[in-house]
Write a protein that binds this ligand. Sequence first.
Ligand SMILES: Cc1cc2nc3c(=O)[nH]c(=O)nc-3n(C[C@H](O)[C@H](O)[C@H](O)COP(=O)(O)OP(=O)(O)OC[C@H]3O[C@@H](n4cnc5c(N)ncnc54)[C@H](O)[C@@H]3O)c2cc1C
Length: 306
Amino acid sequence: MNKKQKIYNKLLELVKEENVKVDEMLRDHLYTKLGGKADFFITPTSYEEIQNVVKLSNEDNIPFTLLGNGSNLIIKDGGIRGIVINLKHLDAIYSEGNTVVAQSGARIIDASRYALDKKLSGLEFACGIPGTVGGALYMNAGAYGGEIKDVLDYAYVVDKHGTLVKRLAAELDLDYRTSNISDNGDIVVEATFQLKPAKYEDIKEVMDDLTFKRESKQPLEYPSCGSVFKRPPGYFAGKLIQDSDLQGTNIGGAEVSKKHAGFIINKDNATTSDYISLIEHVQKTVKDKFGVDLEREVRIIGDDKD
Ligand SMILES: Cc1cc2nc3c(=O)[nH]c(=O)nc-3n(C[C@H](O)[C@H](O)[C@H](O)COP(=O)(O)OP(=O)(O)OC[C@H]3O[C@@H](n4cnc5c(N)ncnc54)[C@H](O)[C@@H]3O)c2cc1C
């Protein structure tokens, strides 16, 4: 029996057969519609299953990677070795008093809508962010003046030893589009948001306004990974890119959006190499012209194609 078959058999002892896929094409799970295959792609249905997979990964030295909604990731054309864990089956959302509790596979947009229904204010900013709750915590996602850090009370994570642990928001080092979740090797499984009671109409008005702004400014009709770069101190990435005359520039099928300079869209069957080359071209052009370093917000992971 080869090594891959052995790992598959062990995974079947931990996760239901229908939730273990081999050689899964990751582009089908990513917003950019790019990326190669995962050796194993699993979708656990309980925290215990996740804990057991982490223990297996430690014992047999098999790497694992978390994949949320794939809205802030570029995966290389050679794909990902080891196990990709996706928590789409863990997507419950409920409320307790003024808190909303969401499992990390739930979409943050759905948590935001759920809060609206419960007349709880604080998650309006997230009404158009297309990630999961887990991905939103990892990135400390934010928009229009709000961010996860403002509303997160605590999270439950499966730590690198496979133990379920409660982490207070303050322990996660949430900062501009970053956290210490990957440094600690944590898998976020659940988040509790502390919100404030408000009128339904007031919350809805804010969400409608933000949705209008987003739809009128962002190229949502094309696959993309949102804003590619972080905001450099004292500047706006989009403005620097615009002033460098880069909008409409393309490499292969990837193009700097004409609608929003901070977005790179997959216009016509781009490869990951097209995307990465265009990102580097934008960084170099802006550096040459304005002397500003554009740091990537989007994460690039996986292997190059042989
Ligand atoms: C059209 C568009 C608009 C966007 N607008 C915004 C915006 O306004 N504001 C903003 O902040 N972002 C925005 N984004 C980016 C993206 O939606 C956010 O960064 C989001 O939080 C990523 O969540 P995800 O589930 O897609 O994560 P993924 O892209 O799947 O993963 C991102 C990182 O999180 C890790 N991760 C995912 N789940 C877990 C987990 N459960 N435990 C531990 N680690 C995990 C992954 O390993 C990866 O490193 C936008 C993207 C698009 C495509």
